[in-house]
Design a protein around this ligand. Structure first.
Ligand code: MLT
Length: 264
């Protein structure tokens, strides 16, 4: 489905019924990465699954934008759908976006799932790597990035045992435009440190991390856990950074349990 939201045409899926769960995808993927959750959880929740600004079938505006703009897109989408409150579920970049959303519209959040993400901002080195990737994406498109990223995104077990998932992730990245990849890298490079926000997130939180995640290691999850007032943390074995795709049953079981806790 498509909706006009915050000045762009946004593509999203809206599946299932129950409490609204807004699924925010990782970089440089799209809402398609949440397929296992649409398949496994739509009996228990209303899954709102956007392609974020710059990704999938959503527009990639050429003007620079920030994660705050992307959060405004999400608020506008929820307004279009007449959804008042949501449970946020953000993985990696989707987690950074969850923090931006909470800064803008905390009263619309009933609970938050932070998967394979971190609260801190970038080091200078990480920032310049992002700018270098943005420039490469603008010059060469998504193809070369699709060749190298799955190695980092997927855990060792998945890379060794599930070549079809490696190919899926490659295809998802390749389907994005160089402009979208560049826009998101520049947005992430500018994101603020969200550590001071953590103690103010006074809704239930579930922190999930893949044990083999090399990009946001379990230690990052532990750091968030200590600062969040109402959180618990779950580590998924044999999963890397894309824990929801690599171990969908374990991931879905944790989300299901969290939904149940929110109901009680
Ligand atoms: C992601 O998976 O969204 C990225 O690893 C986020 C990042 O580049 O920091």
């Amino acid at each position: 489905m498509k909706a006009e939201a915050n000045g762009i045409t946004l593509h999203y899926r809206d599946e299932g019924s129950g409490p609204a769960l807004l699924l925010l995808h990782a970089f440089p993927l799209s809402g398609a990465m949440w397929r296992p959750q649409i398949e496994g959880l739509s009996g228990e929740a209303r899954l709102i699954v956007p392609d974020l600004r710059g990704f999938g079938e959503t527009e990639a505006p050429s003007d620079p934008y920030t994660l705050d703009d992307m959060a405004t897109d999400m608020v506008a989408l929820l307004n279009r759908l007449n959804v008042d409150q949501v449970i946020l579920c953000g993985l990696s970049m989707g987690g950074y976006l969850s923090f931006a959303f909470l800064r803008q519209a905390k009263d619309r959040v009933r609970g938050v799932i932070l998967a394979d993400t971190k609260a801190g901002d970038d080091t200078e080195e990480a920032r310049s790597n992002r700018i270098a990737m943005a420039e490469k994406a603008e010059r060469e498109g998504s193809g070369p990035i699709a060749e190298v990223m799955p190695e980092k995104l997927l855990g060792r077990t998945t890379r060794e045992e599930r070549p079809e998932l490696v190919d899926d992730v490659k295809a998802m990245i390749r389907a994005n435009s160089g402009a979208g990849i560049a826009g998101a890298q520049r947005a992430m490079a500018q994101r603020p440190d969200s550590t001071p926000l953590l103690p103010e997130i006074d809704v239930p939180a579930l922190v999930i991390v893949g044990k083999e995640d090399e990009l946001t290691r379990p230690a990052e999850a532990e750091k968030m856990l200590t600062a969040l007032p109402q959180a618990r943390c779950e580590v998924i074995p044999q999963a890397g950074h894309l824990a929801n795709m690599e171990q969908p049953e374990a991931f879905n079981a944790l989300v299901r349990e969290f939904l149940k806790e929110l109901k009680e």
